[in-house]
Design a protein around this ligand. Structure first.
Ligand SMILES: Cc1cc2nc3c(=O)[nH]c(=O)nc-3n(C[C@H](O)[C@H](O)[C@H](O)COP(=O)(O)OP(=O)(O)OC[C@H]3O[C@@H](n4cnc5c(N)ncnc54)[C@H](O)[C@@H]3O)c2cc1C
Length: 390
């Protein structure tokens, strides 16, 4: 998000002096580099929402960007399948939503599903043609290269520790010294709410980390999956349910689940951070969420610790898949904003401060939508301020 915004800024205001700070020693180290690599179509999202708009447009602009810069990608399409009769009405609502959002989507029978994915067992499906796959690390590296070419200053290993106001300027205190800025755009993902608070902006929502763990199909079992196979998602959650994804390198990943992480950057089940833990468990929103969805939460914890439970979820899609076909692979941690009233923030959340903009909820499909979100953020910068950025 930070790089796409920097790129959009350099496009729209070539005179602006741009500095991008990243605390890690490489780009895309967190969410962007640990996701499923899907260029989403925008089928799921509420018509009129930022997600629906930015994802639909973002799908097209991401594909164009990849074409233009020779980034390997594949518009392979995906299927969403109902595995039980009771899921058919929800599948139908997704189909309707796809129609409303102008997505190329078709109802397909179980026999037609078999033509696309011979190993899937289901009672009905829909096919989305515009979904694709890409490696978002490569996309980020291209964003970074373009900003640098246009004169932007990119700094890795630079962690923002404090922000203070100094007249019209803001001073970013980092582990590499102070930087002066006229305007700040906060795209700190899992730490975006904390950075906002350092800048005297208090979002109504707090980031709660949900780890998504994946297994990978052994190479000799990759033939079980041709493209992307999704279940009908639980309508109460913004997560899509464990699914099969063919990655752009040819491997097939199964997942991700969505289990509460006790550390914001906690990629392992045992990862724990006292500050993060206390923040989650003293946040009233967390207890309200837990009260409403205790069952689902417990199921996720079981599925995280028990491979057999994970495999059972996958077998609902492809009954042939066995535990020995799957090896654990990477995990990603989602930065999901949660309101004090226990509601998960469904849409992207972008908050304006005083000469600052804070991206406080940018979960999936934000990678797909990154070019559009970047442009939309830059459009919020007034011409007066843009002039002062030179
Ligand atoms: C498991 C998983 C699967 C997903 N699958 C998809 C998918 O298939 N398609 C899709 O479109 N989206 C997907 N998403 C969502 C997508 O990856 C994210 O929405 C997107 O990457 C968010 O980008 P970001 O820049 O906001 O966050 P990040 O990529 O996390 O970047 C935030 C950056 O801020 C840096 N930072 C934080 N604090 C500081 C500080 N104090 N100083 C300096 N730097 C700091 C971090 O180091 C980090 O690099 C998935 C996400 C996950 C976790």
């Amino acid at each position: 998000m930070g790089l796409s915004t920097g790129m959009a800024l350099s496009d729209r205001h070539p005179q602006a002096r741009i500095l991008v700070l990243e605390k890690e020693n490489q780009w895309a180290f967190h969410q962007t580099g640990n996701n499923s690599g899907v260029i989403h179509s925008g089928i799921y999202y509420k018509p009129g929402s930022l997600k629906a708009k930015f994802c639909g447009d973002g799908n097209r602009s991401m594909v164009e960007f990849c074409h233009k810069y020779g980034i390997e990608h594949d518009i392979c399409g995906k299927i969403i399948v109902a595995t039980e009769l009771q899921e058919l009405p929800r599948l139908e609502s997704i189909y309707q939503r796809g129609q409303e959002n102008g997505i190329p989507v078709y109802r397909i029978s179980p026999e037609e599903v078999k033509e696309v994915e011979p190993h899937v067992k289901c009672v009905g499906g829909i096919r989305v043609l515009s979904t694709g796959i890409v490696n978002y690390r490569q996309v980020c590296l291209k964003y970074a290269e373009l900003i640098t070419k246009r004169g932007g200053d990119l700094r890795l290993n630079t962690k923002v520790l404090q922000i203070r106001q100094d007249g019209v300027n803001q001073i970013l205190e980092t582990n590499q010294g102070d930087f002066l800025a006229r305007s700040i755009i906060n795209c700190a993902g899992l730490h975006s709410d904390r950075i906002a608070k350092l800048n005297q902006v208090h979002p109504e929502a707090q980031i709660v980390p949900f780890r998504g763990e994946y297994y990978e199909l052994k190479p000799e079992k990759r033939h079980l999956v041709k493209q992307l196979i999704y279940p009908v998602p639980n309508p109460n959650f913004p997560f899509l349910g464990v699914h099969f994804t063919r990655m752009i390198d040819g491997s097939v990943h199964a997942g991700p689940n969505a289990v509460l992480s006790l550390k914001r950057e906690g990629y392992k089940k045992t990862d724990f951070d006292l500050r993060d833990f206390v923040e989650i468990f003293t946040y009233p929103g967390f207890w309200k969420l837990a009260a409403k969805h205790a069952d689902e939460g417990i199921q996720e914890i079981i599925r995280s610790w028990s491979k057999a439970a994970f495999v059972r979820s996958l077998q609902r899609l492809i009954p042939e898949v066995q535990a020995e076909d799957l090896i654990p692979t990477h995990a990603g941690v989602r930065a999901q904003a949660l309101m004090k009233n226990g509601a998960l923030v469904d849409d992207f959340l972008i908050i304006r401060g005083n000469n600052s903009i804070h991206v406080c909820n940018a979960p999936s499909p934000a990678a797909t939508s990154s070019l559009e979100i970047g442009k939309a953020i830059v459009a919020q910068i007034s011409p007066q301020l843009a002039h002062n950025l030179a």
